[in-house]
Design a protein around this ligand. Structure first.
Ligand code: AMP
Length: 614
């Protein structure tokens, strides 16, 4: 089946994304169309209004910071007004605005983009890469998310998949995917921990693996802790040093900020293998009062980097302890610790993990690729009959409803195995009450407003009665993807109220439909561009070969009438091909391909037949 209709697994990362699939019983990373295994999760609108994705978008970020979006994963499905979002907005070099439903929109090019639309652009690129790899359409995928993502973030990621033209077979938790890839092809039994520190998020999960059953015992994390935060510390250090020396605050300059961001990340990565890194940013700014441009020059040592970021690295350990406690597992009970995410290459992080878990972490998996490989394995197993893998995940955050006094009544505590369903009975609290408003919350706080509001709905048309007389059964359901739905039944009438928790991803079905239409147009255009590129490459090769053979053919056919006719035609074709190569016209390129193809065949024939013996 896999050969006929490929399905893919996608690790949609904060910094980089990876696509993989099972080919010939082996999970493999699919390189993108430029041959790279990691695709930067960066989207931009170039000066000519064209969409740019991946490395090409990343490369132009410095000169076009305002229209280049990175780390969209940190904002997807979140509320604009949330304090964590507000704090992180100050560090962004692209402008964001508040959408109609308190969602976040990015002002990019000429319009505002919803976050799922940005992520969809990355997903669509990976879909095109997979299609180029397989030479056929690829429509189905498993997409991974941090285990700690709430319903809104999951829903928004799923929307992104739909916008990209993908049927999302499943939203899968990253640590579960990593465990699947780790367990692939070996017989693993016991408890394992997955420590995942990526570009934007931290996750840790404890799983119990018994041959083909992967059961998550507990999971925890922080969606605002990752490589970006380490980079920010380096940026702050650079800004502080520059301000001290020159009295200028570089944070106000978007281009300088983008250059420092690149340099900070580069230095951080370098310091995983060296002890000292140079940061050199010539012409970083001109002094406000005029004068010659200033340069930023600094030497960052590994020790300094570690001083700057030690508290961040330590924050992961507090979460590890919580998760181990929740899982009822001691460090010594663990069979293996798997490191996932590019940040786990940092020596300080490795050292903390080694000390805390009292063992060497597992070396057999590639931290940046393991999640995509796991997603591919799962995608394959969902569609194949032979699969026997059973995944039992948990809900990462508690689900509850707001109650009087601004508090929360928890209905499904975190780390409950999913899928799960809970029905609770509610009564009216006032005489004559005909309307009940229910606010569904996700999070750990006892105080309602400190949790994420997944959605709210109103039950109306209740019978007028004394308080407490009217009973409503509310059913809360979390499916195996961690997505929440709620239904309500008026006990007296048996009437079911249709309720959907509008995800905080913030897109209505209408908006989604409009964006999907636009995306379809974009995909058609992107495919056409791809086709032009491919035809151009083929034509260039053929023109090269024809031009190479031409002098020989000329010599061989000299004096023959046939030869001069054929040569005239060939020259005409080659001229037309040169014209076609300058343009973007697919039909002209196709026609030239055919003509120059025939010419090359003819030339080869002439050289073969007439060239013998000469
Ligand atoms: P991921 O989300 O797994 O792609 O991780 C990306 C994060 O890992 C980014 O913040 C990178 O800067 C960081 N990273 C990648 N390679 C290294 C390295 N060798 N040392 C330190 N950090 C790294």
């Amino acid at each position: 089946m896999a050969e006929r209709e490929p399905v893919i697994g996608i690790d949609l990362g904060t910094t980089n994304s990876v696509v993989a699939s099972v080919q010939g019983h082996q999970p493999l990373v699919i390189p993108n169309r430029t041959g790279q295994r990691l695709t930067p999760s960066v989207v931009a609108v170039g000066r000519n209004g064209k969409r740019l994705v991946g490395a090409i978008a990343k490369r132009q970020a410095i000169t076009n910071p305002q229209d280049t979006v990175y780390a969209a994963k940190r904002l997807i499905g979140r509320k604009f007004s949330s304090s964590q979002v507000q704090e992180s907005l100050q560090r962004l070099s692209y402008p964001v605005v508040c959408g109609e439903h308190d969602d976040i929109r990015v002002r990019l090019g000429e319009r505002d983009w919803a976050l799922p639309e940005i992520s969809a652009t990355v997903l669509a690129e990976l879909k095109l890469d997979a299609e180029a790899h397989f030479g056929c359409p690829v429509n189905r995928a498993v997409i991974t998310v941090p285990a700690y993502f709430n319903d809104g973030q999951r829903q928004a990621t799923k929307d992104a998949g739909r916008i990209a033209g993908l049927e999302v077979l499943r939203i899968l938790n990253e640590p579960t995917a990593a465990a699947l890839a780790y367990g692939f092809g070996r017989s693993v039994t016991g408890k394992i921990a997955v420590f995942d520190l990526g570009g934007g998020t931290f996750d840790v999960s404890v799983l119990e693996v018994a041959s083909n059953v992967f059961e998550v015992a507990a999971t925890g994390g922080d969606t605002f802790l990752g490589g970006e935060d380490f980079d920010s510390r380096v940026i702050e250090w650079l800004v502080f040093g520059f301000a001290k020396e020159h009295g200028i605050d570089l944070r106000k300059d978007r281009m300088a900020l983008q250059r420092m961001r690149d340099a900070a990340e580069k230095a951080k990565v370098e310091l995983s293998s060296t002890r000292e890194a140079q940061v050199s940013l010539p012409f970083i700014c001109t002094p406000p009062g005029g004068g010659s441009a200033l340069h930023l020059q600094a030497t960052l040592t590994r020790e300094k980097l570690e001083d700057l970021t030690r508290d961040l690295a330590h924050r992961t350990l507090a979460i590890v302890d919580d998760v181990l406690r929740e899982a009822g597992v001691r460090v010594v009970d663990l069979k293996e610790v798997i490191l996932v995410g590019g940040m786990t290459r940092m020596p300080l992080v490795q050292e903390l993990v080694r000390k805390h878990f009292k063992r060497e972490p597992c070396k057999g998996v590639h931290p940046e690729e393991v999640v995509a490989l796991g997603a591919a394995i799962h995608a394959h197993s969902l569609l194949s009959e032979e699969s026997e893998v059973l995944l039992l995940d948990v809900t990462p955050q508690s689900l509850g409803v707001a109650i009087a006094g601004g508090y929360v009544r928890k209905l499904i505590p975190r780390n409950t195995t999913v899928p799960t369903t809970v029905t609770e009975r509610f009564n009216t609290s006032r005489d004559g009450q005909t309307v009940v408003k229910i606010m569904v919350l996700q999070g750990e706080s006892e105080i309602a407003h400190q949790n994420e509001l997944l959605g709210e709905f109103v039950l109306s048309g209740l019978r007028e009665a004394r308080r407490g007389e009217v009973e409503i059964d509310l059913t809360f359901d979390i499916n195996s993807e961690g997505l929440v739905s709620v239904s309500a039944v008026d006990r007296e009438t048996g009437q079911r109220q249709s309720i959907t928790v509008t995800a905080t991803g913030g897109l209505t079905e209408d908006e989604l439909a409009r964006i999907m239409d636009e995306q379809r147009d974009y995909l058609l255009e992107a495919r056409a561009t791809d086709e032009v590129r491919q035809k151009r490459q083929e034509l260039e090769a053929l023109v090269g070969e024809a031009n190479g053979l031409l002098p020989r053919v000329r010599g061989l056919t000299e004096g023959s009438e046939f030869g001069s006719d054929a040569l005239l035609k060939a020259e005409r074709y080659l001229k037309a091909a040169t014209r076609a190569l300058k343009g973007e016209d697919l039909a002209a390129l196709g026609e030239s391909l055919e003509q120059v193809g025939r010419t090359v065949n003819l030339f080869r024939g002439i050289v073969q037949r007439m060239g013998q013996g000469r």
